[in-house]
Design a protein around this ligand. Structure first.
Ligand code: PLP
Length: 397
């Protein structure tokens, strides 16, 4: 059992062995079908976490110019970088062109015209994929569904022909294919099957190959088990990829790409936090932790549920609302959670915090940014200590 007692809380704690296993399983299953993976670096851009993914040969999916720059600094090859986002600024488009990344995933006809103009003014040809909004529902929280008419993402089907015409009429745009992403934390494979069927129709109806389309990017979104992460630490990539392999009926030679975020990194991280107070309320007891929505925003943002356990106590079960210290009523991790009797000073761990936790850290209330630490054979190490051990081990091999 790792000894957390003398470490300043809260902190993010990563299990990079689990990450390596997850990544290599995902790569193995993708390779079986000849699929290409990009890592959605918005999920977690911690250098050690991203470094393991980079070393596995996975590319990267960015949603801001700064993510493009950071990915290249982290050593991801430029030709594996894709860049989506509904509101790319001129400056960000310029960065993508200057860095000569694989492609901009363009989200509107209006954006396409701006990309064309910037490419023309810089004497470049912009490689673009068109992100299409397929109007496919994903059973997830409505704030993380992205593929319905009401969502701001992608080009709606009635405008796809106009976008293809802009591409084919321009010397400064090189159309390479289509991009889709219907949402995040999708735990059923059925929406992906429906997406594939829709893509088959679109590819044929719009003669995408005829326009030079040779890459199909199906996005990410595969969910993880937040309820029982210890039982299911690694998502079922085999069944996920199988759906695309079985259902897509595209002409031969089309490269199929994915942008996985949460499914790669979600389970490799946790937050360790200390109980500052337990407080008796009216008809309930609160456990107040030193981590809050500033370290893990998902519960406040979209009522996400994370498994929380008390690693200091094994007393009788009690019911608590587990809340953070931040000055917002939405700063709640769990309502009516069962924990062993909990006391001031106890340590809790919040599991499944590898994705959209550290990368969403807020400075709200002028809170300190927590440390990111790494588990290694029963020890908890800082990044530089972890790296030193790794390089010693590889030198001894
Ligand atoms: C365009 C795009 N691709 C990929 C992802 C990754 O999604 P996930 O982390 O659910 O795999 C996202 C996340 O929202 C996204 O917006």
């Amino acid at each position: 059992m790792v000894d957390f007692t003398n470490i300043r809380t809260p902190f993010y704690l990563y299990d990079l062995n689990l990450l390596e296993k997850t990544v290599s399983y995902a790569m193995k299953e993708a390779a079986r079908h000849g699929f290409v993976i990009h890592y959605a670096i918005k999920a977690n851009s911690n250098p050690l976490v991203s470094g393991i993914i980079r070393d596995s040969g996975i590319g990267v999916d960015c949603v801001s110019g700064n993510e493009v720059i950071k990915s290249i600094e982290l050593g991801f090859p430029r030709k594996g970088v894709v860049f989506a986002g509904v509101g790319k600024t001129d400056e960000e488009i310029q960065v993508a062109l200057d860095e000569d990344i694989l492609c901009l995933n363009c989200e509107s006809v209006e954006e396409l015209r701006v990309i064309e103009e910037i490419a023309k003014n810089s004497g470049k040809v912009a490689r673009v994929a068109l992100r299409v909004n397929p109007s496919v529902e994903a059973p997830t929280h409505h704030y993380i569904a992205t593929g319905m008419d009401e969502n701001k993402f992608g080009i709606s089907l009635p405008y796809l022909q106009a976008a293809l015409d802009v591409c084919s009429g321009s010397e400064h745009l090189d159309f390479i294919g289509l991009h889709f992403h219907i949402g995040s934390q999708i735990t059923s494979l059925e929406p992906y099957r429906r997406l594939c069927e829709r893509v088959n129709q679109i590819w044929k109806e719009f003669n995408i190959s005829g326009y030079g389309g040779h890459i199909l990017n199906m996005g990410g979104g595969l969910g993880i088990d937040y309820n029982d992460p210890e039982m299911n630490p690694i998502p079922d990539f085999a069944s996920f990829f199988e759906v695309f392999s079985e259902t897509l009926t595209l002409p031969a030679g089309i490269e199929i790409h994915f942008e996985l975020g949460r499914s790669l990194v979600g389970q490799c991280g946790r937050i360790v936090t200390r109980v500052i107070y337990t407080k008796q309320g009216i008809g309930k007891k609160f456990v107040i932790t030193d981590a809050g929505m500033t370290e893990l925003m998902r519960p406040s943002l979209y009522q996400a549920v994370h498994k929380i356990s008390n690693i200091s106590s094994s007393g009788d079960p009690e019911t608590y609302d587990i809340v953070g210290p931040v000055c917002e009523s939405s700063d709640i991790f769990a309502k009516d959670a069962i924990l062993p009797v909990t006391n001031r000073g106890d340590l809790l761990q919040i599991l499944s915090c590898g994705a959209y936790a550290e990368s969403m850290t807020l400075n709200f209330n002028l809170r300190d940014k927590p440390a990111s630490l790494f588990m290694s054979e029963g020890n908890i190490l800082k990044a530089e200590e972890y790296e030193a051990i790794q390089s010693m081990q590889s030198a001894n091999l």
